[in-house]
Design a protein around this ligand. Structure first.
Ligand SMILES: [Zn+2]
Length: 454
């Protein structure tokens, strides 16, 4: 008889233990370990190993003989989605889409599948909504519903059995948190259930060449539930973000075995579902004719393209002993650090002021190229002097007040010129002699020089 194995899995972070313990030593959570009975390993498995890498018959090849054009991809129907996927969907790949409830994950996938179903067999498995609810949404969005196959099911075994019969090219499972397997003892949604179900579905996708899209909900902290568990299994992890009060949604890849990560896709939520935004710079830059103080435009680099965003700052007298530092869309600690640099190397003291900074449009800036724009916006608000409307700024600020270059400087300058910006303050190392047509580029080496330039 095959031996049954037992493991203990933390329900918070997904760490594995061979013995039960009161506290997870990885994430520190108390009483979060649950028993996970792993099914007996089949002993009569065929001599061939079936790994994750695909079901194709293994043969030895020289590295140079491998045909690079061989990765077959097909379009998801929207170029913004394709961009984040690295050029389209790859057969046999597993894509995880995460996001807050209401972000539009189900809408995006329903749209995509209705489109794909017109040319290939596609299956939408819903475990959270009833079939009627999904059908009502499809009707409301005016989608072509004639060929998409639907199923309401939460058992991983039943899903795969149905898919085996139907042989879809694309399958969506909405969501992985409600899928369960019969021989796993814990409740649906727990890390061990998510892990075992995802592994089961992934194996099915790899062996049949089906594109599997899993929907995952995010926790309060903004990470996917059981992230570590799923991370190594899936090929591509994508997060759909956007606040409920904003019309815009961003799709961002955090892992992709078939393309560049950190690609950004932009969508607008309309009555007819998510519509792709092909020129995102234009929407994030809707400014009035009269620009107030504290507003400045920078170019950030997202994956493989530049994106113009507006940074706003508000500096006001503080009436508290501990002035506030609030950053929305930017890193709060970095803001504090930059304000210290501003005092020490720029001679501008905002220690008795509340400082609020915000990136317009709900965009998140994670790169350091926003440093200089942020500080100049703060100074503009502090002095109550509006900066020229056609001014664009980027550059990293170092702790000794030096302005450091950022990657893809020329592309950023060209993008700004394309959108009608006439002046730019950039790191000296990013400014070339030939310059950019129609643009006056001020190259700066230190923060003091940058402050002189405005
Ligand atoms: Zn843990």
């Amino acid at each position: 008889m095959a031996k049954q194995k037992t493991a203990y899995v933390c329900n918070d972070c997904g760490s594995d233990y061979t013995k039960w313990q009161g506290q997870c030593s990885d994430c520190g959570a108390w009483n979060s370990l649950a028993e996970l009975r792993l099914g007996p390993t089949p002993s009569n498995r065929s001599a061939k190993f079936d790994g994750y890498a695909g079901s194709a018959e293994s043969e030895l090849k020289t590295l140079s003989d491998i045909d690079l054009a061989d990765v077959p991809r097909f379009s998801s129907g929207t170029s913004e989605f394709d961009r984040v996927l690295g050029g389209g969907l790859v057969p046999g790949s597993v894509v995880l889409i995460g996001g807050h409830p209401g972000a539009g994950k189900s809408t995006l996938l329903l749209q995509t599948l209705c489109y794909l179903a017109q040319t290939m067999p596609a299956l939408y498995v819903t475990g959270e909504e009833s079939l009627q609810q999904v059908a009502m949404r499809a009707q409301r969005l005016g989608l072509p519903t004639a060929s998409l196959k639907m199923m309401s099911e939460t058992s991983a075994e039943s899903i795969c059995a149905a898919a085996q019969k139907m042989q879809p090219k694309v399958m969506v499972v909405d969501s992985i948190q409600v899928v369960h397997m019969a021989d796993v003892a814990s409740a649906p949604g727990s890390v061990s259930q998510v892990r075992e179900s995802a592994a089961f579905l992934t194996r099915f996708a790899k062996q049949t060449g089906t594109v599997l899209v899993l929907v995952g909900h995010v926790t309060k902290e903004g990470s996917l539930a059981g992230p570590k568990v799923l991370e190594h299994m899936i090929d591509c992890s994508i997060l759909l973000e956007g606040s409920n009060d904003s019309r815009f949604r961003t799709l961002r890849g955090s892992k992709n075995r078939f393309g560049a990560v950190n690609e950004l896709g932009v969508f607008a939520m309309t009555e007819l579902g998510l519509k792709e935004v092909k020129n995102p710079s234009a929407i994030f830059l809707q400014r009035g004719d009269q620009v107030a103080s504290g507003s400045l435009v920078m170019v950030m680099w997202e994956g493989t393209r530049p994106l113009l965003v507006e940074i706003q700052a508000l500096v006001d007298d503080s009436h508290m002993g501990n002035p506030r530092r609030v950053a929305v869309g930017l890193d709060q600690n970095r803001l504090s650090m930059l304000l210290a640099v501003l005092h020490r190397h720029g001679g501008i003291m905002v220690g008795d002021q509340d400082v609020y900074v915000n990136v317009v449009g709900g965009v998140k800036v994670v790169e350091t190229s926003a440093d200089l724009a942020l500080l100049l916006a703060v100074v503009s608000s502090f002095r109550d002097q509006a900066l020229p409307q056609d001014l664009m700024v980027f550059g990293e600020v170092g702790l000794s007040g030096e302005i450091r270059p950022v990657p893809s400087g020329q592309e950023r300058l060209r993008e700004a010129a394309k959108h009608g910006f006439k002046r730019a303050i950039v790191p000296a190392a990013n400014a070339t002699k030939s310059g950019v047509a129609g643009m006056e580029v001020v190259a700066v080496k230190t923060l003091a020089e940058a402050l002189d330039a405005i």
